[in-house]
Design a protein around this ligand. Structure first.
Ligand code: FES
Length: 216
């Protein structure tokens, strides 16, 4: 079986974007000159309060900014840097390292088709191609191959706007795209979230596993 690779040699895109070394390093943004949407500020501050070292909140803070802006744009990174009192370079390094952060504008519908070993052995390459073909050049879609998403038991699978679905068949590719276009729930019968499990307390309609007393 041949393994498809990008020009830089990796199986996934974007790891090797070069840094522009001719630029001056940016300093921590001045709060007086950096407007930050109130809700985003609140989310970032709440994340910072959860960790002994506030820098540990970089990932949830960037996720919140990406959710708001659609990608980790320079403006999004500057807003996070301003609230966290970090340099944009610090956060840019985090964005560059983690694959679920987008460093370029992308379509709002994200379909990550897992093409790692278990999924590949069950036809993930063909599935990825079929989803790409179904989405065509619609700018609303961000279809890409992904490394193991940790749900090998439902291979071949995909993460569709964060919802895991599988095992998928080639015919599901069209349905995924159509349902996303229609704003519908995607393949509800194949969502990992809705699978029955041995532990009845893990079911979505079961009471919470812990009540507040247990947590205290
Ligand atoms: S190989 Fe696809 S989820 Fe692990």
């Amino acid at each position: 079986m041949s393994v498809a690779r990008y020009d830089h040699g990796s199986r996934i895109p974007g790891w090797d974007d070069a840094v522009d070394l001719s630029k001056d390093p940016a300093s921590i943004p001045d709060p007086a000159l950096t407007p930050v949407p109130a809700e985003l500020r609140q989310q970032i501050e709440a994340a910072m309060a959860r960790y002994p070292d506030f820098r540990s909140a970089a990932i949830p803070a960037l996720h919140a900014a990406q959710e708001l802006h659609g990608w980790c744009s320079p403006e999004a990174i500057e807003q996070v840097a301003c609230v966290m009192r970090l340099t944009p370079a610090y956060l840019t390094a985090v964005v560059g390292f983690y694959d679920m952060f987008e460093s370029k504008p992308v379509g709002r519908n994200t379909v990550y088709v897992c093409t790692n070993i278990s999924c590949s052995l069950r036809g993930a390459r063909e599935l990825h191609a079929a989803v790409q073909q179904a989405a065509g050049d619609d700018p609303d879609f961000n279809v890409r191959a992904f490394e193991c998403l940790g749900a090998c038991d439902i291979a071949p699978m995909a993460s569709v706007n964060g919802a895991y679905v599988g095992p998928l068949e080639l015919s599901d590719a069209e349905r995924i795209v159509e349902q996303l276009r229609a704003g519908e729930d995607v393949l509800p019968e194949k969502q990992l979230l809705r699978r029955k499990v041995a532990d009845p307390r893990a079911s979505t309609d079961a009471p919470a596993l812990f009540d507040d007393e247990d947590r205290a």
